[in-house]
Design a protein around this ligand. Structure first.
Ligand SMILES: *Cc1c(COP(=O)(O)O)cnc(C)c1O
Length: 423
């Protein structure tokens, strides 16, 4: 592969073209591994950023794509509809919390967040409350890279100052402190409560990642916190937007992370694993109340409609991915991964360089005391046949659910060896 061309001409996520980071040439992928050009197979501990639940080159997904491709890869969704979209809508309505009945199919996670925000704004306009335009988000949150989504990300890690002129100034509550297995004290929610009390007249919605704050810090928080936020939204009549783009489809040990708290949001975003990691597709679901409000408003329609909306190929693969997930023992697998991650990463907790080790579902996080030297750590992991992508002080694994105990053992030993330092 012409890596020189790549270095000269092609942007990678969050990368420099003056001082390009190393990139490794991948030729193919199969099961939990992808294979570099030189033939080395690496266990993908990242599921390609939360996506590849079933691993790679999955016969069921390939078949769905092939069969759909021979019928049609794409038709416009304006004025037309098709079986793959209808079937995906049916599945999403069925498997997400009951009140979420209306489905918007979007092109990527960030776009589904834009759609969620526009839904909230159009809803309040239709209620004669056009002043309700601001959002309340959490510190350490991450919701995507487009402007609307970016404005709801943590202002510091999201480097809001770079784009300040284009970002809506939203409100940010302190990140939840109560951990996943802890009760949530009233003071944990006090910061958010105060912001709601003082600003509810201009607030359209609270937006958060339920239970797992992903790219903004890999933090797991108390389901009680989420319940209290839901109560607060009900008390002050705010919409709750749950961003399950990372957590959806079982990653946290429940099919959707909201289930840990037994709550339902008014608007839900899904993406990443929606197609089992094969191609880009996302969805925004909302309640009847939100949809009815939007459609009774001034525009009379929801004002969004991307070119590739409801792409049949992506919908067909999604349907196959959801069926494959739900027809298999995903829950047992994720629980098994959680147990093994806990056990095998535990030795790191006592090491000098390590600040914290935490696991939930098929997610294992090692937080270091100092920022990780990504290049060095990545090289050492690759030498052990493992692919992870650390950021900041965090090194984390979220493998495909099909990973075997042996393969997961290889992944965790590599983490322990590379991160542990002297025992
Ligand atoms: C990845 C992610 C997004 C953005 O999705 P893209 O497909 O990258 O646009 C939004 N919210 C959360 C929680 C995510 O993890």
């Amino acid at each position: 592969m012409d890596l020189d061309f790549d270095r000269e001409h092609i942007w990678h996520p969050y990368s420099s073209l003056i001082d390009p980071p190393p990139v490794y040439p991948v030729e193919r992928a199969e099961g939990v591994r992808f294979y570099l050009e030189d033939g080395r197979g690496l266990i993908d501990g990242m599921s390609s950023w939360w996506c590849a639940l079933h691993g790679y080159n999955v016969p069921e997904l390939n078949r769905a794509a092939r069969e759909q491709m021979e019928k049609m890869s794409h038709v416009m969704f304006g004025g037309l509809t098709h079986e793959p979209a209808i079937e995906l809508g049916r599945r999403l309505v069925e498997i997400t919390p009951g009140p979420l009945q209306r489905v918007f199919l979007a092109d990527s996670g960030s776009v589904s967040v834009e759609v969620a925000i526009k839904m909230a704004l159009q809803f309040w306009q239709s209620q004669g409350k056009g002043d309700k335009t601001r959002l309340l988000a959490l510190r350490n949150g991450y919701h995507g890279d487009t402007f609307g989504a970016m404005a709801t990300c943590d202002p510091v890690t999201g480097m809001h100052h770079l784009f300040a002129s284009h970002l809506t100034p939203h409100l940010f509550a302190p990140a939840p402190q109560a951990k996943f297995d802890q009760a949530c004290a009233e003071e944990d929610i006090a910061g958010m409560r105060r912001l709601v009390e003082e600003n509810h007249h201009q607030l359209a919605a609270v937006i958060l990642e339920p239970i797992v704050q992903g790219a903004g810090g890999m933090r797991f928080y108390s389901p009680e916190y989420l319940q209290r936020v839901r109560d607060l939204c009900d008390e002050y009549d705010l919409l709750l937007i749950a961003d399950e783009i990372a957590t959806g489809f079982g990653r946290s040990g429940k099919l959707f992370a909201c289930e840990h708290a037994g709550i339902s949001p008014d608007i839900l975003t899904l993406g990443k694993a929606l197609t089992g990691g094969t191609m880009t597709l996302a969805a925004t679901l909302c309640t009847d109340r939100v949809a009815d409000g939007i459609c009774r408003g001034e525009a009379g329609v929801f004002m969004h409609g991307p070119t590739f909306m409801g792409n049949p190929l992506a919908c067909a693969v999604s349907n196959a991915s959801i069926d494959l997930l739900l027809s298999g023992p995903w829950k047992e697998r994720v629980d098994g991964i959680e147990r093994q991650l806990r056990e095998e990463l535990a030795p790191l907790a006592d090491r000098e360089a390590v600040a914290d080790v935490r696991c939930l579902g098929a997610i294992g996080v090692v937080e270091m005391k100092q920022p990780v030297d990504m290049k060095r750590v990545q090289e050492e992991l690759i030498a052990r046949g493992v692919w992870l992508r650390p950021f900041g002080r965090l090194v984390y694994a979220m493998p495909p659910y099909i990973i075997s105990p042996d393969e997961l053992g290889q992944l965790t030993s590599a983490m322990v060896e590379v991160l542990g330092g002297p025992a």
